[in-house]
Design a protein around this ligand. Structure first.
Ligand code: ADP
Length: 386
């Protein structure tokens, strides 16, 4: 190879090198821009996620916090970075959280979510909803740090507590009122019957009036008892494993007389085993079946079908009849105590059954509603957590 050729080759190679270097530089620039963009994106998300956000080192120390998080706790980022999570978590909530955090580190769970209390700088508690997950090294899967998203739920908690308190007050009021109403009522009934004994055959008109008073007193007694029962339904009874098929069959057996008399056909499907407050669950089933029989169309034998499907985390029961149906505008009203849609001479009752059903379903954490067509029939639905 001549010197000249060699020189040309060198020039060629050095140009190629330059080209490669430029390409590399360009790629590095791209990479840096992407990195910066990523970082900006992360920062933006971190700050504007609309909740408190914190990165936690494996020792439990917050390494990075956003403004919302700092506001919730009333500490600055630098103050927080010198603390551990345990220090500002309410002592009663620490054990549960530590257990969950360990499970997370051990990869037993992908994340956890709890409602807990933080202790703010000024010393007061604040309720939060907190979700925590772990970032791991993509190659070794070793945990790097934890990420927590924290929402202030103190308002919600307070509203719930107020609601529970007012419900409790109401129950207490209903109990006391109905309990105390019984005494004067007893006096009325006993003196009415004494008076009636004296007036029988003496004054027919007065006798008739007294019969009305007795009847009304009996009805009032029924209403008071219903109110008392309603205020007594609560969660004190514990949840038991319940075979709903057995419950339904035993209710059907108890209602045998009326079923035979009205020529009612009852079919059931897919009845599961579940956890319930058993006596109350039985009452619920009994009320709904009884209503299906009671509110039948004149001259048409009642048919009732009971079916259950799984809907997410719930069992959804449906009890369908071929009865008189319910107008759309009354679908909510019928679950309110003492509310009835039909005259007592046509369909007897006191308007307590569905209020009971609603309360029973609610203490189980479920829902109850009705779908219906006038003159065609109704389906009552209720859900119970599976
Ligand atoms: P009660 O049966 O004592 O009247 P409930 O609270 O059980 O009281 O029911 C309230 C009202 O809802 C009933 O009076 C009736 O008008 C209506 N209702 C309940 N169940 C049915 C049903 N299966 N079909 C039609 N109407 C019903």
């Amino acid at each position: 190879m001549t010197i000249e050729k060699l020189q040309n080759k060198i020039i060629e190679i050095s140009e190629k090198l330059k080209e490669t270097e430029e390409k590399l530089n360009y790629q590095e620039e791209l990479f840096e821009t992407a990195l910066k963009e990523n970082e900006t994106r992360f920062r933006l998300t971190f700050e504007n996620v609309g909740a408190g956000m914190v990165l936690i080192g494996l020792e439990g120390n917050p390494t990075l916090t956003n403004e919302v998080f700092q506001k919730i706790l009333q500490y600055s980022n630098s103050e927080l970075s010198k603390m551990t999570f345990e220090e500002f978590t309410h002592p009663e909530d620490v054990p549960e959280e530590l257990e969950l955090f360990q499970k997370l580190l051990d990869n037993q769970i992908p994340f956890y979510r709890i409602e807990k209390r933080f202790i703010r700088k000024e010393g007061t508690d604040i309720w939060v909803d907190q979700s925590v997950s772990i970032a791991r090294d993509p190659d070794t899967q070793e945990p790097l740090y934890a990420i927590a998203i924290v929402k202030d739920i103190s308002e919600k908690k307070k509203a719930l507590q107020d609601l529970l308190k007012s419900r409790k007050n109401l129950e207490q009021f209903a109990y006391v009122a109905s309990h105390d109403l019984q005494e004067p009522l007893r006096t009325i009934t006993s003196f009415t019957s004494l008076l009636q004994k004296k007036l029988t055959g003496v004054n027919e008109e007065a006798d008739q009036y007294l019969t009305f008073i007795t009847e009304a007193s009996l009805r009032m007694k029924e209403l008071i008892n219903g109110l008392l029962d309603l205020s007594r339904i609560n969660k004190t009874q514990k949840l038991e494993s319940t075979n709903s098929e057995e419950v339904v069959n035993s209710v059907i057996k108890d209602l045998d007389a009326v079923i035979v008399k009205t020529n009612t056909q009852i079919t059931t499907k897919n009845l599961p085993s579940l956890f319930t407050h058993k006596t109350q669950f039985r009452q619920l089933i009994q009320n709904l079946i009884s209503n299906g029989i009671k509110f039948s169309k004149k001259g048409i034998s009642p048919t009732i079908s009971i079916d259950v499907i799984k809907k997410g985390k719930y069992w959804q029961f449906s009890i369908t009849d071929n009865g008189i149906g319910i107008e759309d505008k009354f679908k909510e009203k019928i679950f309110v105590i003492f509310q009835r849609l039909n005259s007592r001479s046509e369909y007897e009752g006191s308007g307590i059954g569905l209020a009971h059903c609603k309360k029973i379903v609610e203490i189980h954490g479920g829902d109850i509603w009705v779908e219906s067509k006038i003159d065609e029939g109704s389906t009552f639905y209720f859900t119970i957590p599976a």
